[in-house]
Design a protein around this ligand. Structure first.
Ligand code: FE2
Ligand code: FE2
Length: 158
């Protein structure tokens, strides 16, 4: 079967399993950021740091994953402009996004300690989930996107 072309960057569907995780984390952070006192302040700090970070990840990383399924099954291939846009975005943002993980992790550690010291297990659990999320991105998602970009670029001669 001849593979068809994904017409544009905007049409690449982001995998729902990955966007749902961001949505769950966002909703929980916003809920705890509304709390008064130190917990609300600490959750608010994590929320602010994650806001633009999550959006950027969705726009760049999750779109790269969105291409993967079609490429692997040979159903569709992305057009050059779509791939070039992802590669250019990721190339220019990769170091900054890894740097954001460091600031986010510091804020998460603070939230975790507060959840523990104020004996609110849900807060400590949310902080642990966030930490795991960022670690999985550092160890799996970011390197995979680099690899997707490399292999698609090589296959398309760009
Ligand atoms: Fe993320
Ligand atoms: Fe992240």
């Amino acid at each position: 079967m001849k593979s068809k072309l994904l017409t544009s960057y905007e049409k690449i569907q982001m995998p729902e399993a990955l966007t749902l995780e961001h949505e769950t984390l966002r909703a929980e952070l916003i809920r705890w950021a509304r709390e008064p006192g130190r917990i609300g302040k600490a959750a608010g700090r994590v929320t602010r740091l994650c806001e633009t970070h999550f959006t950027k990840e969705e726009d760049i990383l999750l779109r790269a994953f969105g291409m993967l399924h079609d490429i692997a099954s040979d159903r569709a291939r992305p057009d050059v402009a779509a791939v070039a846009k992802i590669v250019a975005h990721f190339g220019s943002q990769h170091d900054a996004m890894r740097g954001q993980h460091q600031s986010i992790n510091t804020a998460i550690d603070n939230l975790f300690q507060l959840g523990r010291s104020e004996q609110i297990p849900d807060v400590a659990e949310l902080a642990a989930m966030l930490k795991e999320h960022e670690r999985m991105e550092d160890d799996v998602v970011y390197p995979t996107v680099l690899e997707i970009a490399r292999s698609v670029q090589a296959g398309m001669g760009i």
